[in-house]
Every structure is written in C-alpha cells, then in structure tokens.
Design a protein around this ligand. Sequence first.
Ligand code: NAD
Ligand code: MG
Length: 397
Amino acid sequence: MKHIVILGSTGSIGVSALEVLAGYSDRFKVCALTAATKDEPFAEQIAAFRPNVAAMSDENAASRLKNRPQVGDTTIYSGVEGLVQAATLDQADLVISAIVGAAGLVPTLAAIQAGKNVALANKEPMVMAGQLMQQEARAHGVTIFPVDSEHSALFQSMQGHRKEDIRRIILTCSGGPFRTCTREDMRHKTKAEALNHPNWEMGSKITIDSATLMNKGLEVIEAHWLFDIPASNIEVIIHPQSIIHSMVEYNDGSIIAQMGIPDMKIPIAYALSYPEHIPLDLPRCDLLKEGPLSFEAPDTERFPCLALAYRALQAGGTMPAVLNAANEVAVQGFLDDTISFLDIEGVIEGTMDAHLKTNLDTLEDALSADRWARDHAGNMVNDGAAAEVTMRRAGHA
Ligand code: NAD
Ligand code: MG
C-alpha cells in the first residue's frame, strides 16, 4: 500500500488525482489532504477518503471545517504550519504537490526535506527555486516525478535512453485561446475569453498563463531544472491539437514523443504508479478521428511572456522567482478587472527591469525575492504603470 498526501486536493489537479486514487483503493491510501479556503467541498473529500490528517491554509476555513460532521476522526491542522505537517506525515510515501503558485514552495520543500517522493504539478516552486529543490532532493534521496503533461511526456520519452545522448527537448504548446489573435485583438480580450481554453480544463491562474504563453515560459524553466538541460537546448513548438505532449530529440536525429488525449489523469497516474502504466477508464486517442496534427513556431512578438521567461532563466539567481511573483500578481490583477490582458506582460517586464538580481541559495532568498516582486508588481497594478511598459514596447511612447 502506497500512502499518499495531496497538497491542494480541492483544485483541478487535486480532484483528478483523487479520481485516479479512488479507482485503485487496493494500492493507494490517502493519508493527508490540504486545501486553502473551500471547507465545504474539502469536508466531502474528507468524508470520502478518510485521511488521517487534513490541513487548511486559511485559519477561518479550518475553524469552520472542525465543526463539520464529515470530519470524523481526521485530525485538522491549519496555516502554513498545518500544510507542512500534512506534507511531512510519517506514514506518507508520496506527496502530490498540486497547490497553485508560490504558496506551494514551503510545503513541497518540506516534503522533500522529509525524504518524501514528490509528484510535482505545482510548477511555480520549481521556477522560483529549482536549484534548491533539486539540491535538497539529491541530499534526501527523493525522486521528483513530473505531473505537468509536457514534463511527464519528456520523462516518458527519456525512459530507456541515455541522458548524454539528448540533443534537445521540444515542449509542445496548444497556443491557448488567443493563438491566432493580433496584438490589437488581444488588447480588448476579456477575462471570460481568456478563461476559455480550447483543449484543457484547469484552474484559473494556469488558464490565464496559457493565454499569455507564460505557462510555457514557466514550463521551460521547470524543464531546465527537472531534466538538467540548458535553456539553449529547450525549444517550444505550437501544436494546437494537444495530442503530442512533448518530445526529446537524440544525437542521431531520432525524436521520441509521447502522445494521448489531453487529460491530466494520464500523467498523474504515471507519477503515482511509475514505472507501471495502470489502466484508466478514459476515452482512447483515435488518431484517425483527430485529423491532421499541425505545428507552428511560437511568436514572441505577440506573446512576449515566453521571451521574458527565457530571459529570467538566462539571468538566473533571484530573477525566475521575480518573474513568477510578478506574473502571479499581474494575473490576479487581470482576474480582478484591475488591469487589461496586455498589461500582464507590462507588470512582469517592469518588475524584472527594476530588480537587482542576487544569488538564490536558500529558502529565505527565494521568499524574500518573491516578497520584493509582489510588492513592486502590486504597486504597478494599482497605479496603472503596467500600461506604460506595454506601450513603450509597442513603440507608442
Ligand atoms: P486550482 O486553482 O484548481 O487549485 C489550486 C489548489 O491549491 C486548491 O486546492 C487550493 O485550495 C489550493 N491553494 C490555493 N492557494 C493556496 C494557498 N495560498 N495555500 C494553500 N493552498 C492553496 O489549480 P490547478 O489548476 O489544479 O493547478 C495546480 C498546480 O498544478 C498549478 O501550479 C498549475 O500550474 C499546475 N498544473 C495544473 C494543470 C491543470 O490541468 N490544472 C496542468 C499542469 C500543471
Ligand atoms: Mg503543462
């Protein structure tokens, strides 16, 4: 029996993970779940899976949860400390890291330092502090299994091959809902249009990241740290059908790809059951019905967020953490209707331009870069400064 913790069980990935686990109760036992604020659906999950521990980052939500009858004899913890207690539970064998954003860094790193293997969906901590996460994973003998579909595809395409034979990795990208839009079209895009992803159903933050292509930028940085591949050997290719989930090219010109329908249960299950491919009750990928698979070059003039992510990776140190935090603040500003779609890139670029990069060696280095960038980006969101950066880029000012 493998004992599983899910950090972020009420989210899109968390719910999919529980669906996979529910089908294999003979192999997996859920020992801890965590959530942020939604105590009602969380209580239902507790009633269904009976974990030993449940933690909520929000103290008020945790208090409400304690009074719900579904809780039974599950121990309830709260705050960041509570998430860490769940992530480091003695009996846990594998922690599914599925919180969204930088909030996942502390509990995910704690899980690694407690020697737990990690199934990593939460890409932002790897973007912020990839070197530190990998260093700690090596020190504690931990395996980090990728859950992000592209990284699972890369991981699968590397099985049975030698790392030193890799020439480059190719991350595929759907192109998001604005793939064919001009900059002028994008200027007027609403939240509802940006949240309408053509191929994947996901949480709102990653869905906006998919519309700006920042999601792919974050994934380039994630791939760099997960697979130890230099930025110059990581390419992005637009593949609107989302059937090929990513590819690895070897020195002899062979390209190995992993394909399938776009459903996160596939990479989640592989991370849980590696090296086994367990049966899943999902529609099959019928290539005859899929029609032609097509490819395009990404356009960083229309989607500058992708270029900003490469720039942050090249700069190194605290810059990727700053990119990530500025992006989180900007996306929230867009979701709150405070800034426009194109201002997202302005907030990120303006914050990166203002940042004096330093080394990132410790958790505190990552957290202080994150705090600094949130502060700077928050001011840009509130005083309208993002629009100026975006205009300057477009040559209007
Ligand atoms: P989501 O918004 O649907 O769920 C987020 C989860 O994190 C929820 O359980 C929420 O309660 C919890 N959470 C949010 N803020 C928190 C905080 N401050 N402290 C503690 N918990 C908090 O997000 P999602 O779409 O499931 O994505 C989760 C992660 O997985 C993200 O990093 C995303 O980039 C990555 N990912 C998601 C998908 C997908 O298909 N959804 C695919 C690949 C990677
Ligand atoms: Mg992905």
